[in-house]
Design a protein around this ligand. Sequence first.
Ligand code: ADP
Length: 460
Amino acid sequence: MAAGFNEAGALFDTVLIANRGEIALRIRRACHELGLKTVAICSEADRQALHEETADTFLCIGPANATKSYLNKDAILLAARLTGAGAIHPGYGFLSENAAFAEATENAGLVFIGPDVKSIATMGDKIAAKRTMIAAGVPCVPGPDTALPDDPETIERIAQEIGYPVIIKAAGGGGGRGMRVVHQPDALREAFALTREEARQAFGSAALYMEKFLERPRHIEIQVLCDTHGNAVWLGHRDCSMQRRHQKVVEEAPAPGIPDEIIQPVGLACVEACRQIGYRGVGTFEFLYEDGRFCFIEMNTRLQVEHPVTEMTSGIDIVQAQIKSAQGKHLELRQEDVTCNGHSFECRINAEDPDTFLPSAGSVTHVSWPEGEGIRVDTHIHEGYRVSPYYDSLIAKLIVHAPTRHDAISRMRGALAEARVEGISTNLPLLRALFEDAAFAKGETDIHYLEQWLTTWRAA
Ligand code: ADP
């Protein structure tokens, strides 16, 4: 079901998909189901794969190095012009949260399938994002919504007011980089200086801010869906606490064990924030959750890797809904129409050594996926596919849905046991073991759990 949008208005009939891998296929499927034509782009490293599999128009836009292909704004816009595409879907990663690219797309007379340029820019600056959320009544991590000054005494006073431990974060940071935890006052000055320098070099902005460091939170996020006419709904919540080095490994919906009366006001505050900033399309509010309290950390202004678990529980095709929103259609779905059923898990299957986590490139000699009730596999690999060393190691997402969390765990165990990928190494052994773990099965584990579990699992 592609969420209740009306059928009026359609600004484009061809979508250029500015991405690769499983998400490019996922977007293509959504477009075709909506009767839209698609244009695929690829780098030289992906040319063979696309040539074998695609019935689309496709253009090779540059060499393997992503800065010269999937991140090359001019080449992508030229590809859109040459193929007559009317819109660009950026997927996730690459240019999906790049305000300058969204602006260039619109200046070229094309529709950017994502939020407006201002929303992308505001949420890309974590201080501006925090200020916006506080103004909209979204609960945030304790700490000021202003940049830290250079003056050491003031910084020390701010840390005292927040209370140790604190975390210093770069306003432009991302990918889990540009932050430092400070446990004692005597470590503050050095942590500040190091993070400042890192921010200057890595993110092009030296702005830093400080907030309370939460010691055993869970990562809970809320999916929103908005149109361009001021209508917005939230589609329930996900738990993405199973992380290694701030990278999500397993996600689930709904987040287990959170009372409705605690999460409902947070969901409604997210929707209200979307209305206030004129947000459009899909987005995710990320929170840390500890001791029954939600604290906003950032908003992702794009489709997320883990969107399928919400599709499984809400019955709404999030990618189709995102495209319809970009076409200017009215969201007719009201909040009371959103009902989430059952429980869903997603496992990210990566081409990597399960012990060392080093990427594993090479040819897939055999692949077979589980099938059956409540099982979905989003993937771009097939027998003979060459996993390239140039890009993210995600090769498939295995998703299950069942009436209860307990049933969903059993279903995932069976599905993981059936999944076979040969010729390269994958993290399947790790995922199989994790789904046998008693604490994970019980639920409500915090963001440090997976890394702790990994040390004992590797030792075994
Ligand atoms: P990024 O954009 O780099 O992903 P986030 O602000 O989303 O940065 O934070 C990434 C991760 O860092 C979080 O999922 C959490 O594990 C940790 N983190 C960030 N802020 C805090 C905090 N205030 N307290 C504890 N952990 C935090």
